[in-house]
Design a binder for this molecule. Structure first.
Ligand code: NAP
Ligand code: G4F
Length: 362
């Protein structure tokens, strides 16, 4: 039996690690591109690499989206059936400070990869998935955003991803490549990068619980997002490439919550009652009721959340919610995990992580 080969860029990231697990379970041979880093960057995939079961099924290659030669080399040697381009400078806030770098990686990187497939003579053999994003909708032009909604990117990140979206379509139309865009709304997990807001909240509250920090500082807590679970969403990346033709799909839960709601739900899960005071930059949350025996490091009236100007962006996307009807209809998909499930999983995982750090320090 011949196994399918997949190549994943961004395999060391949140989605890359879940997608690798998903594809290995589907009996794929999985190749991943990791970039050179001065410190370890494989913690999300070490458990796969170390698993004897995957000894001849999981391979890592050094490469970088900004290094076209490395991509050509890898495509030629791997000859993948499917390429998932998940690598990116994926932080919207950071993209304002690194606009050029973000564009090099996210725009030119996607082009380099498409061109590597074409130049290697695999345009008709290799399917290509581009990790597009709900950030393309930015200043929203419709209440719920679908594949038909006009784009209005509001950051260097979103603008760079807009190029990647169009170049993917362009290679599909110009060279008959099976090249598709998954326009994914926010998706989170215990493996989410620590500077994205959901993980920042779950890790921040865990540190407060263990007395390692006193307060969590956030930016715009009134921002609204459509948050799904990364595990549900990587299944979609795969489904997008199994569809009978290349196409573009919005993937979303169609439910919307504020950052403030996410904070409140995390405290609720912990059994801690908080109350909000003040307005604007002075808004803050204090602890009102909690179990002192369970949480010895907390105090009544302790301020646990404050607002900091530092986390506001020069141009904010304050309202996103998707319409995933097309994916539901054509790919027979609907998300399995709720926001409550997500919060429980993330809080439990971060409490465990911070407990280990606390024990090692005491
Ligand atoms: P992530 O955790 O930030 O992972 C990004 C990955 O890209 C990491 O493996 C990173 O390597 C790699 N990378 C960065 N620059 C690279 C370069 N120059 N060459 C090669 N690899 C590079 O992101 P994610 O949350 O998994 O998201 C996956 C993709 O989906 C990204 O393209 C993101 O923009 C897009 N997306 C994400 C969401 C979401 O809510 N998560 C929603 C829509 C779209 P290191 O580990 O070495 O840093
Ligand atoms: O968690 P975030 O940084 O995610 P954002 O900007 O929505 O981008 C993520 O989702 C996109 C899909 O729509 C992806 F394409 C992208 O790669 C990334 O994965 O911020 C969410 C919201 C924003 O409105 C932000 O301003 O939370 C607000 N926020 C409030 N305080 C904060 C903070 N965001 C961060 N990162 N840190 C804060 O302290």
């Amino acid at each position: 039996m011949k196994f399918k080969k997949a190549l994943i860029t961004g395999i060391t990231g949140q989605d890359g690690s879940y997608l690798a697990e998903f594809l290995l379970k589907k009996k794929y041979i999985v190749h991943g591109i990791k970039r050179k880093s001065s410190s370890f960057n494989t913690s999300r995939i070490d458990h796969i690499y170390d698993n004897k079961k995957y000894k001849n099924k999981f391979f890592l290659h050094y490469g970088d989206l900004s290094d076209a030669n490395s991509l050509i080399e890898i495509i030629r040697s791997v000859q993948p059936n499917e390429v998932y381009n998940l690598a990116a400078q994926s932080h919207v806030g950071v993209s304002f400070q690194l606009p050029n770098y973000t564009t090099q990686v996210n725009s030119i990187g996607a082009l380099n990869l498409l061109q590597a497939i074409k130049d290697s003579g695999f345009s008709k053999k290799t399917k290509f998935y581009q990790a597009s994003t709900s950030e393309l909708f930015g200043e929203i032009q419709e209440k719920k955003q679908s594949e038909k909604t006009k784009f209005y990117p509001k950051s260097p990140y979103a603008t760079s991803k807009l190029f990647a979206y169009w170049i993917t379509k362009n290679y599909r139309e110009s060279y008959g490549m099976f090249a598709s865009n998954g326009i994914l709304f926010n998706h989170e997990s215990p493996r989410r990068g620590e500077t994205f807001v959901t993980r920042k909240i779950t890790i921040g509250l865990s540190k407060i619980i263990y007395g390692l920090e006193k307060c969590l500082y956030l930016g715009n807590i009134y921002s609204l997002r459509d948050w799904g679970h990364a595990k549900d969403y990587v299944e979609m990346c795969w489904k997008v490439l199994q569809f009978k033709r290349p196409d573009d799909f919005v993937i979303a839960t169609e439910k919307q919550y504020s950052v403030k709601f996410f904070v409140e739900q995390c405290f609720k899960y912990l059994g801690i009652q908080i109350k909000w005071f003040g307005k604007g930059i002075n808004e803050n949350a204090k602890i009102i009721k909690f179990n002192q025996t369970k949480y010895p490091n907390l105090k009544k009236n302790m301020t646990v959340v404050r607002i900091s100007k530092k986390y506001f962006r020069p141009n904010e996307v304050s309202n996103l919610i998707g319409n995933a009807n097309k994916a539901k209809r054509l790919l027979k998909w609907s998300p399995k995990r709720s926001i409550q499930h997500l919060i429980k999983e993330m809080m439990d995982s971060d409490l465990e992580l911070i407990k280990k750090i606390y024990i090692s320090q005491n």
